[in-house]
Write a protein that binds this ligand. Structure first.
Ligand code: ZN
Length: 212
């Protein structure tokens, strides 16, 4: 018998993944997230996402990130972390920078907490220099994002394959700006992984699929 960390109901489940990891989301909650490992290109670079940006995903992320429920950190990669750890085993992870004030208020950095579950090396190489929220998709906005980010620790990225990780991709402005900084640090390769992708701009190159 297990307890679902999302709906708090008891459940019994027998799937192959439970042989390795104790289940923490009930089948119903997990199905509601509609997990699907998707590969696409972001400005010609490999990018991946795991969940559609649905109401179920948004609510779960809000409880974790907005209501400071740190116990929910492992649920996002609960069924896929063994696969992802193997798939990205040769990468150094760089989490998307967040507002330091928000992290202090929250008591944790949400992207770091989610992706540390993979047990892969992680470098907080990039920081926000000023407080800002998600930017728009115009060129001016993208330039503004780039101006507000800084490479604070380039050690450990030179010659490495780097996976930039974030919770949600909308316009890709932050990811693009971070890619430039990661390349500046001397990374051999940059790829992207997002928990969820907002599909609102189909003109955007980020939605072009590819086979990994
Ligand atoms: Zn549940």
């Amino acid at each position: 018998m297990s307890f679902c960390l999302n709906c708090l109901n008891e459940f019994t489940e027998a799937s192959w993944s439970d042989l390795f990891l104790p289940p923490i989301l009930c089948p119903s909650c997990y199905r509601s997230l509609k997990p699907r490992f998707s590969a696409f290109r972001l400005d010609g670079k490999k990018a991946y996402s795991l969940y559609p940006y649905s109401e179920a995903f948004r609510n779960l992320l809000y409880r974790f990130k907005g209501c400071y429920d740190l116990a929910l950190a492992p649920v996002f990669l609960c069924k896929t972390r063994i696969f992802l750890r193997f798939f990205f085993s040769s990468y150094v992870l760089v989490p998307a920078p967040s507002n330091e004030e928000d992290d202090i208020k929250r008591g944790f950095n949400h992207v770091h907490e989610i992706f540390k579950e993979l047990g892969l090396p992680m470098s907080k190489a990039i920081a926000k220099t000023t407080r800002f929220k998600q930017a728009g998709s115009s060129r001016e906005e993208r330039l503004k994002v780039a101006e507000r980010l800084a490479l604070v620790d380039a050690s450990g990225l030179k010659g490495r394959k780097v996976l930039f990780v974030d919770d949600v991709i909308t316009t890709g402005s932050t990811a693009r700006a971070c890619r430039a900084l990661i390349e500046e640090a001397g990374a051999k390769e940059v790829s992207f992984f997002f928990l969820s992708m907002v599909q609102k701009d189909r003109e955007n190159s980020i939605h072009r699929p590819f086979s990994p």
